[in-house]
Design a protein around this ligand. Structure first.
Ligand code: C2E
Ligand code: MG
Ligand code: MG
Ligand code: MG
Length: 277
């Protein structure tokens, strides 16, 4: 009987594994198709200064046309892309699309001072050609490198090796800025953070979700704000959905917020009207 159960369990696991593998390949195929057929697009989510309510920047967030594989979140397809060199091609597409968009906002709307935050994966930092590609693309679209802020997750930061560190230094030498994304979810030590001169900490949404009712989350956020400021960095809170959360963050001296309270990620043409709101 035990043997029978064991056998069933084996079938269960192997079927689950089989589905995972199939799903992985389906996503990989969809990503290749999206690259070949130009089925990627970007949405942009505003970042707001708490001091005066101004939109200081936008984060570029990747999407795939629903016709390719239905609605799929980047939280699902980016990890698949990161398992192969696909992430390099996709990352290049994202960066060039950001530059094209910055140039279009400048030409059509006279917008010059918006910062665009771009998410970077570990493999991009490890790619020897990445810094060069960034420099060339900025030049092609005549973009001030200071308008670009690269977001790297805390977990990636912890695992950066020499080559990734060199990429960061080269991009900083150009004038690009850096922020630590999903801060609080990785396991970075203070010593680890000290060796990188980043400009901004992005406190992860998971600490903001219950900041109103959970004392320890509130303490963690307060300490993160203090730490960032002591190191000379600015702080932004991710995933702010309510006025109450916003008020607490303002009281703590958090510099900026990003979240559905102000705006969801939106199409590029919806950004200019938000700037004058
Ligand atoms: P992230 O960089 O931490 O981006 C923030 C995510 O939180 C976005 O999810 C955004 O839509 C969502 N968000 C923002 N405010 C709120 C809120 O108030 N409530 C809720 N529930 N969610 C909010 P999204 O667009 O699904 O992206 C998920 C992740 O995928 C990103 O997390 C980032 O790690 C990755 N990603 C997205 N685009 C790119 C890209 O171009 N390159 C790379 N390497 N990764 C990307
Ligand atoms: Mg991000
Ligand atoms: Mg984040
Ligand atoms: Mg995230």
């Amino acid at each position: 009987r035990a043997k029978e159960q064991g056998k069933n369990r084996f079938h269960f696991y192997s079927r689950a594994l089989d589905n995972d593998v199939k799903r992985h390949y389906r996503i990989e195929r969809a990503l290749k198709e999206a690259l070949a057929d130009e089925r990627f697009f970007l949405l942009f989510q505003p970042q707001i200064a708490l001091r005066d309510g101004d939109v200081t920047g936008v984060e570029a967030l990747l999407r795939i046309d629903e016709r390719v594989m239905g609605r799929m979140s980047p939280a699902e397809f980016i990890p698949v892309a990161e398992e192969s060199d696909l992430i390099l091609k996709i990352g290049k597409w994202v960066f060039e699309a950001c530059c094209r968009q910055i140039a279009a906002w400048r030409k059509r709307e006279g917008i010059h001072d918006l910062t665009v935050a771009v998410n970077l994966s570990r493999r991009q930092l490890m790619d020897e050609g990445w810094a060069h590609f960034v420099a060339e693309t900025l030049q092609t679209y005549e973009i001030d490198p200071g308008r670009i802020e690269f977001e790297i997750t805390e977990t990636t930061f912890v695992h950066i090796r020499k080559r990734g560190y060199e990429t960061i230094k080269r991009l900083q030498a150009l004038g690009c800025r850096f922020s630590i994304d999903d801060f609080g979810t990785g396991y970075s030590s203070l010593a680890n953070l000290k060796q990188f001169t980043v400009d901004k900490l992005k406190i992860d949404k998971s600490f903001i979700d219950e900041i109103v009712e959970n004392d320890s989350d509130r303490a963690i956020v307060r300490a993160s704000v203090a730490l960032a400021h002591a190191l000379g960095l600015s702080v932004i809170a991710e995933g702010v959905e309510s006025e109450k959360q916003k008020r607490i963050l303002a009281q703590m001296g958090c510099d900026e917020i990003q979240g559905y309270l102000f705006s969801r990620p939106v199409k590029p043409e919806e950004i200019p009207p938000l700037l004058s709101r």
